[in-house]
Write a protein that binds this ligand. Sequence first.
Ligand code: GTP
Length: 389
Amino acid sequence: MLGIDPRSFVVITAAFGILCSFVLFALHSGFPRDIKGLARWGRGCAFMATAAALLSMRGAIPSVFSNFLSDLLIISGVGAIYGSLQEFTGVAPNTRRVTALFFIAALGLAWVTFAHDDYRVRVLIMSGVLTILFSACAWVIIKSRDKGFPDLFTQYLFIGTAGITFARFITAIFEERAVTFDKDFSLIRHVYLGTFAFSTVGLTLGFILMVNRALHSKLEYLASRDHMTGAYRRDAFMQRLDDEIAAAERQCKPLALLMMDLDNFKSINDRYGHTVGDHVIRDFADKLTHELRHNDCVGRYGGEEFIVLLPHTGEVDAKAIAERIRDAAAQHTHGDIPAYTVSIGLALLSPPTSGAQALIDAADKAMYMAKQAGKNKVEIASVEMQELL
Ligand SMILES: Nc1nc2c(ncn2[C@@H]2O[C@H](COP(=O)(O)OP(=O)(O)OP(=O)(O)O)[C@@H](O)[C@H]2O)c(=O)[nH]1
């Protein structure tokens, strides 16, 4: 038995809801458009704040507003949060199921508001629907890939909130029928209302941390990638190369490096113009992505020069991959893009090495040999070149 006025929780929920909504709309206006879900979550918080404000006026306004409308707004609010998580994680929002749940709950709530005032049934409907929605929110995060601390924090908070709404559902089944809104002093009711107030803030903070993490990854990606081709920029590539060489030496694994330069590119520019030249560079970068494994790393080394790092790859495989790339480049697949070819130099890491730059120099020399040999060729750095490593 607790003596805290349930309205205090309701007023706190309203205040928190307004604050959270304001923060989310403010973030939405400044965040990149491809980080989705902020506005929808902000709307969800606004719904919850309005619902809590209406509920706190219980007795002073008609019950159609303080009970019926406020309950529907709470369901809409949590529904919006569910949709927002789906949007954020790239899942198409499943509005049909949420709308169906909303209408079923609306029918039940209309019955207990207008036909047969029954506090217990109202609690059952609300806690049942909210258990489903909070569990669905947790499930969206559980199923998402690439989770960090903010995602796990929000996920467990959703699970905890769903657990408490479910406990409220179970206790309502066994509750005395005489209990009403103003006479329900049970501990679980206070925990339930308190959870609602604080989970609005906790979950919103968790979501803000999630979108902040997404923004951080996006900025990191943009800083390390070449804008035109999506390949690694030279400095980011060198960082990755250093790491992979260190790993290869530690694990005694092979590693190969390909240096690639498009042939006669100056004449492509001169003949078709710079824009078409850019299309050729992009086309080649796409072909590289298509031909390589997820773990391989493509860097743009210069204008029409690319470099590819092939971890865990020995001479035979690296030569086959290089030939595949050379062949793919020579395939004329796109009507708007002129035919082009590429010369490739291949160098292999043979420990003990003198580092990344020496490996690049060897691949560069081999690439120069390919140019000298008539272009559209793959050359492997000679033993002497490798010995320089
Ligand atoms: N369109 C376009 N051209 C570029 C870009 N970066 C460099 N280039 C041009 O690419 C050309 C490179 O030519 P070179 O390296 O001199 O040689 P090449 O004509 O490819 O001849 P080989 O390398 O001997 O086959 C230069 O004309 C550069 O201006 C770019 O981002 N877009």
